[in-house]
Write a protein that binds this ligand. Structure first.
Ligand code: GLY
Length: 395
């Protein structure tokens, strides 16, 4: 049996926690509140109207099964239609991708930072309960989405980082592992090191130490090397910035979302992107819908673009137009060094947009890959799981 395979998140947590890491009492409270909201009985929670249940995600949500039979969007949709709380269902879905080492952009086996450490970011939002939680630069927990949900469910805070996030996870009963590299992510890291610092590494006789100057140099070169490795098929181009965003709505109109990532491959240690930041990697408003992002996190962080998308939905735009408006805003706010000779973005950024009534869209600067193949996002509804095309603003 492949030790990398583990189709449940529960192995990483103590037995007295649900798969979400939430304790039973709080889970029951949250479930009861959700049920009351659906019945219109809880004045503190926004009234929901009937909707068409749908789950959408980045394309990797309809690829990986971690040795099981369901993908992220299929599992999340099934659990929603079984009556499970929407955020609980979405987190169960993204757990499949976090735990699958075949996806080197998320969770266990994500591509590490410049020192070879896998550091993970995630956030989640629960529309009807108006709860949110996130973790950034978390090491040692395979499923950071569960820790983000525990922050939302069990604390008065919205974001825990680094050692504090790990300490919290340990206190909540999550298993903390020394190293989340898989064989694949470790091999890719070694190849990156060999290319970026061929004079020193890997050479067991040299014991080279990384100086701050060397790290700065690495960061300048690392994207070029990563792009070279992607062109050679050594890493998936979609995994340079990685990430899965997954948003869902149930029949009662409860909207939730979750985003989880290992972030930029071989980043400067300490770098955090958009994924754990509310309004950037994810935004949810239960009266309107949800939006989340993958791609170049810095472009999104500068604009808090998922919040922008949801505000566009609120102003009456459809999901595609709302996402395109955010892309235009990001483009306007892009430094010249990041524009190509045609003044177009030299990077990609994607938004996955779900309206409360179940309409959805996937948009990006570029809807096709450099080889011309159509890029896609994942959907699951009453017609089953599938990929649908991402619409490109530029190409
Ligand atoms: N969008 C993921 C990141 O930039 O970290």
């Amino acid at each position: 049996m492949n030790p990398d395979n583990n189709n449940t998140a529960s192995k990483t947590m103590s037995d007295d926690k649900s798969a979400s890491g939430i304790d039973r009492r709080t889970f029951l409270q949250a479930s009861t509140l959700g049920a009351m909201a659906a019945a219109g009985a809880a004045p503190a929670i926004a009234q929901s109207r009937a909707a068409r249940p749908v789950v959408i995600s980045s394309g990797n949500g309809f690829i990986h099964t971690n040795g099981g039979t369901e993908t992220c969007v299929e599992k999340a949709f099934r659990r929603i239609t079984e009556g499970v709380d929407v955020l609980e269902a979405l987190v169960e879905g993204v757990n499949i991708v976090e735990l699958d080492p075949a996806d080197t952009s998320v969770g266990y086996g994500g591509l590490p930072d410049a020192l070879g450490r896998v550091t993970l970011d995630s956030c989640c939002m629960h529309g009807p309960l108006k709860r949110a939680g996130g973790v950034a630069a978390l090491q040692g927990v395979r499923t950071p989405s569960n820790v983000a949900k525990a922050v939302a469910d069990l604390t008065d805070h919205h974001l825990l980082v680094s050692q504090g996030a790990q300490d919290f996870a340990r206190q909540m009963g999550f298993e903390i592992e020394d190293d989340l590299n898989s064989e694949r992510s470790r091999e890719r890291f070694m190849e990156w090191r060999r290319r970026i610092d061929p004079a020193h590494y890997p050479d067991p006789n040299r014991q080279a130490r990384l100086s701050p100057e060397a790290l700065q140099n690495f960061s300048r070169q690392s994207l070029a090397v990563a792009e070279e490795m992607a062109a050679e098929g050594l890493i998936d181009p979609e995994h340079l910035y990685g990430t899965i965003n997954c948003n869902g709505v149930n029949g009662a109109g409860d909207v939730c979302g979750v985003t989880t990532t290992s972030g930029l491959a071989w980043k400067i240690p300490g770098r955090v992107g958009d994924s754990p930041i509310l309004g950037a990697g994810l935004y949810v408003h239960n009266d309107v819908g949800a939006a989340g992002s993958t791609g170049r996190g810095e472009a999104n962080l500068y604009n808090l673009a998922s919040f922008f998308v949801v505000e566009e939905l609120r102003r009456g735009a459809g999901p595609k137009d709302a996402g395109m408006a955010a892309l235009r805003r990001v483009w306007e706010n892009t430094e010249s060094r990041l524009l190509n000779e045609d003044r177009e973005p030299s990077f990609n950024l994607n938004f996955y947009v779900l309206a409360k009534d179940g309409r959805h869209a996937g948009v990006a600067f570029y809807g096709s890959n450099s080889n011309g193949s159509q890029r896609t996002y994942a959907v699951c509804d009453e017609n089953g799981g599938r990929h649908e095309p991402i619409e490109g603003l530029v190409g």
